[in-house]
Design a protein around this ligand. Structure first.
Ligand SMILES: [Zn+2]
Length: 225
């Protein structure tokens, strides 16, 4: 190890500044300009020890609450807030079928994750598209289109020209959570910020939105895999 307590050190000629970050697996990553002396980097890291430890602890705690996924028989996966078991069978009519369980054809056992993600994406497109339409009609808000993406850090987003994007992971949440994220993004069609006026509109659309915000905050580790 080149520097005590640093897991990954990347040096590049294009870089002008030093940057320390804690990645998703709680590793300490440092990016530095190629020409910077190791001693300078070391001193900088030393001066940030406390910040590093605090951030690291937060990531570790989140990791501890994230269930381990092996995609094996009987493991449960969420749909609309309810857990359903994963099953493998040699005589399923399709690669993946949902029937009070996620039933995957034996042939795709090793591709179980991919199968599940594909299924979630398909469901997300249907369900979220539908909910956007309901809220847009009810509150007379226009939008240019709905896309489902694989975003880990963001539940939804809205561009200036009205294109809405949502994370497919939302279909793992209870439907009231999907509705909150949908309302939130549609409210950005009126207010491209998080001003008081924006939150008043969200509240008009979802009077109990704070409960849903809280739910997302507490449960997001469950939605990762
Ligand atoms: Zn927002």
């Amino acid at each position: 190890m080149e520097i005590e307590g640093v897991d990954i050190l990347v040096r590049s000629p294009e870089r002008r500044t030093l940057c320390i970050m804690i990645d998703r697996d709680a590793r300490v990553c440092v990016r530095a300009p190629s020409a910077m002396p190791l001693d300078t980097i070391r001193r900088f890291v030393d001066s940030r020890r406390q910040w590093i430890e605090t951030r690291r602890q937060a990531v570790r705690e989140r990791l501890a609450r994230t269930p381990v996924r092996n995609f094996t028989e009987g493991e449960s996966f969420l749909f609309k807030g309810q857990p359903y078991p994963l099953r493998f069978t040699p005589d399923s009519p399709a690669p993946i079928v949902f029937d009070r369980a996620f039933i995957i054809h034996e042939r795709y056992r090793r591709k179980a994750r991919q199968m599940l993600v594909g299924w979630y994406e398909m469901k997300a497109e249907q369900m979220i598209g539908e909910r956007v339409k309901v809220y847009a009609d009810a509150f007379d808000i226009d939008y240019a289109g709905v896309k489902v993406r694989d975003t880990r850090s963001q539940w939804g987003s809205c561009t200036i020209d009205g294109r809405l994007s949502f994370s497919w992971r939302l279909v793992m949440c209870p439907t009231r959570i999907i509705d909150y994220v949908v309302a939130h993004e549609l409210a950005h069609r009126r207010h491209m910020n998080h001003s008081q006026a924006f939150w008043l509109l969200v509240e008009k659309m979802r009077p109990d939105y704070k409960e849903q915000q809280q739910w997302l905050k507490e449960n997001s580790p469950l939605l990762r895999f």
